[in-house]
Design a binder for this molecule. Structure first.
Ligand SMILES: NC(=O)c1ccc[n+]([C@@H]2O[C@H](COP(=O)([O-])OP(=O)(O)OC[C@H]3O[C@@H](n4cnc5c(N)ncnc54)[C@H](O)[C@@H]3O)[C@@H](O)[C@H]2O)c1
Ligand SMILES: O=C(O)C[C@H](O)C(=O)O
Ligand SMILES: [Mg+2]
Length: 439
């Protein structure tokens, strides 16, 4: 059972004297709170007030942290507790905004009626003109049925909206793309495909998001076959791209070849099966997987992978382990083999904390916050839209993975998602690969 991270902001007052905040940080760290942003709100001659974001597992842990800070003494105290995450979501995170301003009647007539009618007629005569005179070719639908929202499960599309709005913000910020969430109240593949087909003309691409397995496979395949715009299921291919980039990066640093490594995939749903397929497409000879669902195992076998008997067997026999089960804490530290590369990618909580895996002897370990499909999907769609391609191919996905690898600084596993170069590099590589495959 996964639980949501408990993220709160503590407004902390300390007498303005060097060393006081260090005492606060120590108290938080000692109780295993994870300090995020620290903002100084007020610096006075007598006291300083800071807004400190702290991630805990639950309210009980936070209470203990607050108690510990207040017990430091010397005038140090927690003044208030706020929830920065909820605050950031008030009113939603996105807003459709006009690109042109209407200040005069002339503007109104040009931008809207009667001027707009001429543009409609131009497009009616030559539908291709919509590429130039509308925003369609720069707009991507973010489509979910709410059945696999992060690792939270089937919580429904409305509860999943904050994730979809988040993806829209990332599209905008990292790739200049308008992302429009589309919430479907059906997960029946026929109905999903039919609905997306009926609305697709308003979009330059379709990003399928947090649609659970196995119906995600059929939905994606059918939409790819039936639509003439790029369609990609992020949890499958966006994740596979980033998983390939990070395993290549770890192998490069460890001086081993990915193709010669034994890769073990735990959880063969949307993300896990796509990662396994990507690894095999890249040349991994021994790709083994485990899932509690028989059909998921069958699917891996069909694609040429092998299955293991148990989680313990995967952990004992794999050089690289990737987990996408949505199950927090599934991998126990005692299962870790020294020198292993472990990517525990479930959000919001990993199968094993990277620190615990490293302590248990792993050579590299990362979770889904670091190895996240945010490194892939914005640039993949930017490149596909720039190339005006109708399909996102395997060549384009591998080009994206290699661009992420090339953008990784020495010593890092993957680039920082706020590094604008990575998204630009992915877009350029994908556009180039799309143009090559259309030759
Ligand atoms: N880091 C990223 O970029 C990223 C991207 C996509 C998905 N994810 C994470 O991966 C997880 C799964 O997402 P998904 O879209 O693949 O969901 P999914 O529902 O399609 O797949 C989950 C799979 O895990 C299997 N599973 C569950 N418990 C298991 C267990 N104890 N042992 C073995 N198998 C088990 C299920 O049978 C299922 O096949 C989520 O937590 C999601 O947040 C992370
Ligand atoms: O949304 C994310 O952070 C990554 C991924 O798409 C997921 O479903 O976990
Ligand atoms: Mg997702």
């Amino acid at each position: 059972m996964t639980s949501t991270p408990y993220l709160r902001n503590l407004i902390i007052e300390t007498p303005s004297k060097p060393g006081n905040f260090a005492k606060v940080a120590y108290a938080i760290g000692k109780l295993e709170g994870d300090i995020g942003d620290i903002q100084t709100i007020k610096v006075g001659t007598l006291s300083t007030i800071r807004d400190v974001s702290v991630q805990c597992n639950d309210a009980e842990q936070l209470d203990k942290i607050v108690e510990a800070i207040n017990a430091i003494g010397d005038g140090i105290q927690v003044q208030a507790i706020s929830d920065d995450v909820l605050r950031a979501h008030e009113g939603g995170k996105i807003h459709m905004k006009g690109k042109v301003e209407i200040r005069s009647l002339g503007d109104l007539r040009r931008v809207y009626t009667p001027g707009v009618a001429n543009v409609c007629k131009v497009i009616e005569k030559d539908p291709q003109q919509a590429q130039f005179f509308t925003g369609i070719s720069n707009t991507v639908a973010i489509v979910t049925d709410g059945t696999a929202i992060l690792g939270l499960g089937n919580i429904g599309p409305v509860a999943g909206m904050p994730v979809m709005e988040g993806k829209a913000v990332l599209f905008d910020q990292f790739a200049g793309i308008s992302g429009i969430p589309i919430l479907l109240d059906t997960s029946d593949p026929d109905q999903v495909v039919e609905t997306v087909k009926h609305i697709h003309q308003g979009f330059g691409g379709i990003l399928l998001e947090d649609i659970g397995s196995p119906h995600c496979f059929e939905i994606e395949e059918r939409l790819k076959a039936e639509l003439n715009i790029p369609v990609m299921h992020d949890d499958q291919h966006g994740t596979a791209v980033v998983a390939l980039a990070s395993t290549l990066s770890a192998c490069r640093q460890a001086g081993v070849k990915l193709g010669d490594s034994v890769v073990g995939q735990i959880g063969l749903g949307a993300a896990g099966l796509a990662i396994s397929r990507m690894m095999m497409a890249y040349g991994v000879k021994k790709m083994q997987g485990i899932d509690m669902n028989e059909q998921a195992l069958e699917r891996l076998l069909q694609y040429g992978g092998t299955t293991a008997e148990s989680l313990e067997e995967i952990m004992a026999t794999s050089d690289i382990v990737i987990a996408t089960t949505g199950v927090q804490g599934l991998i126990k530290p005692e299962m870790v083999r020294p020198g292993q590369i472990i990517l525990a990618l479930s959000n919001p909580h990993a199968e094993i904390q990277p620190e615990a895996a490293l302590e248990a002897g792993a050579a590299f370990a990362a979770d889904g916050r670091l190895v996240n499909n945010v490194l892939g999907f914005p640039g993949i769609f930017r490149g596909a839209l720039n190339a005006k391609t109708t399909k996102i191919t395997y060549d384009m996905l591998i080009a994206a993975a290699l661009a992420i690898l090339d953008s990784t600084k020495h010593g890092d596993l993957v680039p920082h998602p706020l590094d604008p170069n990575v998204h630009q590099n992915v877009a350029d590589a994908v556009e180039k690969a799309a143009n090559l495959s259309s030759l």
